[in-house]
Design a protein around this ligand. Sequence first.
Ligand code: CTP
Length: 415
Amino acid sequence: MSIVAGKRIVLGVGGSIANYKVIELARQLTVAGALVDVVMTEEATRFVTPLTFQSLTYRPVYTEMWSTLENAAAHVKLGEEADVVLVVPATAHTLASIAHGLADTMILTTILATRAPVMLVPAMNVNMWQNVATQENVALLRRRGLHVLEPDEGMLASGITGRGRLPEIERIEGELRALLGRSSGRLAGRKVVVTAGGTHEPIDPVRFIGNRASGHMGYAIAAAARDEGARVILISGPAALQPPMAVEVVRVETAQQMHDAVHEHVVDADLLVMNAAVADYRPAQAVDHKLKKTQEQLTIGLERTPDILQSLVDIKGPIKVGFAAETNDLLAYAADKLKRKNLDLIVANDAVGSIGQPDIEITLLDVDGRHTTLPRQAKALIAEQLLEHVLQRWPDRLGRTDAPNSTPSTRFQED
Ligand code: CTP
């Protein structure tokens, strides 16, 4: 199940032209199953009406701190009940007010009263962002454990270009999922390495040998592990997809580069998922100039690439999950690879019905001979179930490294 499902998210909305993007964020979080309580500043209501948010979240929207009895009770209650408090956009004034503990609006009292993680998403004029006053407030907030996103660079509402733009909604949602994962996910404190996509083996500077892998499956696994709070290293071959936000992406092209990247990152990993469709052969001699059409027939000599999983047979630390995409004798080939590559689990799937497709059916084969088939579904759902299977199967080798919600916070002085 998605990390945001059933979560209480307080979404503080400041006054900005970027508010039209925040509407979409509130909608997406609601669709993902979150209970989104929107709190708007007076200025925010000039750009977008409370009714817009109310219609999309199906929940009351809070505006003035003392205007109704309900709001009077909510000014601390919302913060106490929240799983996370998010402020989008956080203006320079809001950042300064939070940094100095002001409490004259509903969003400020909520933040002062909550023990939940807080994420602030600034958006402002470039000079306001770069002003030492703002930067020192941001540094102070970060020292206290609040999560402040860097604004994007680009064209600002004032017409000038610089850092200060509200990040894209996908980035805000990705960062929020990672933050929720670290506070209540089951892989907090763990490191997960995922490989994805196919590799390109150069023939000459403009041509390569590749395959049809799209990266969808590996990217979905990386997103699912991030949502559970893991630090995720996504080693990706060339892919046209946008990688999930809040994961560390290492881009590679060839099997050799993927081999080197996996070796670099796997050392202290808790889980390795080798989803990539790594080329088995590469041109023995990549030429450094574009091949010309001088012959009727062209023969390109191929040599084996390194087998990455095979090269890790003696590594005992991480749980190792491989994939076997086959066109025939699926389970027999998969079982052979599981044994030969010394894996903990192999994911068997029909190559034709899965590579480059939006959905997939898989069979999980365990070291002890257990089979589990997951019926055809969207790759994002399969990724969550695959991770669930791994979490259930090896609770002693995975699981968070501390208790949920015990993220150390410097925000409170205990008696
Ligand atoms: N794999 C790897 N390095 C390679 C080739 C594959 O680590 N050079 C990994 C894949 O990422 C996958 C698993 O090994 O997790 C099985 O890949 P597959 O291509 O199905 O198997 P091969 O070992 O290449 O065997 P064959 O080509 O004979 O099917």
